[in-house]
Design a protein around this ligand. Structure first.
Ligand code: AR6
Length: 169
């Protein structure tokens, strides 16, 4: 599906309507992609995040993008991997769906996702990539209004994992 593009790089550089942040429940910043997004956006982002009252796992909330090229940040909270029988798959799928629904509601047409839960939260990469792509494809099939979804992989190894799923389609 040519509305989905896998790219390797730093999500904070993406020129899109919204980048998605793999945040924690407090939405008050952290390491990994969350830290990178807050650094690049500047302190105003944290100020707005403080007003949101946190976010449940699998849900998403939206803020401005401040100093980012992206005009918005969609903050979602992925599940912490703990073996696979604690609704991790379902919650990860929900992150993608909730983020895309929020983008649609705000009429945002281009959106970039990181590999949610694949860092500190230790979700197995191949399994997470399969869930990500299948949720994005299903959403784009069911709803119109989003033109492009980028899956931004920080390294080439992760990009290869995503590409291997698309080849298998
Ligand atoms: N651009 C794109 N991808 C990135 C970037 C970047 N600049 N930096 C890291 N990644 P993680 P999680 C990749 O740990 O597992 C935070 O502390 C990274 O290689 O950022 O959902 C939050 O506050 C990995 O593939 O997020 C939470 O506490 C992916 O992004 C917790 O980490 C996700 O890794 C969330 O953990």
């Amino acid at each position: 599906m040519d509305k989905i593009e896998i790219v390797q790089g730093d999500i904070t550089r993406m020129e899109v309507d919204a980048i998605v942040n793999a945040a924690k429940n407090s939405l008050l910043g952290g390491g990994g992609v969350d830290g990178a997004i807050h650094r690049a956006a500047g302190p105003e982002l944290l100020r707005e995040c403080r007003l949101l009252g946190g976010c449940d796992t699998g849900q998403a909330k939206i803020t401005g993008g401040y100093n980012l090229a992206a005009s918005h940040v969609i903050h979602t909270v992925g599940p912490i991997w703990s073996g696979g029988s604690n609704r991790e798959d379902e919650l990860l799928a929900s992150c993608y769906r909730s983020s895309l629904s929020l983008a649609l509601k705000h009429e945002l047409r281009t959106i970039a996702f990181p590999a949610i839960s694949c860092g500190v939260y230790r979700f197995p990469a191949r399994r997470a990539a399969g869930i990500a792509l299948s949720e994005i494809q299903t959403f784009l099939r069911n709803y119109h209004g989003i033109d492009k979804v980028y899956c931004v992989c920080f390294d080439e190894a992760m990009a290869d994992i995503y590409r291997s799923w698309l080849v298998e389609e």
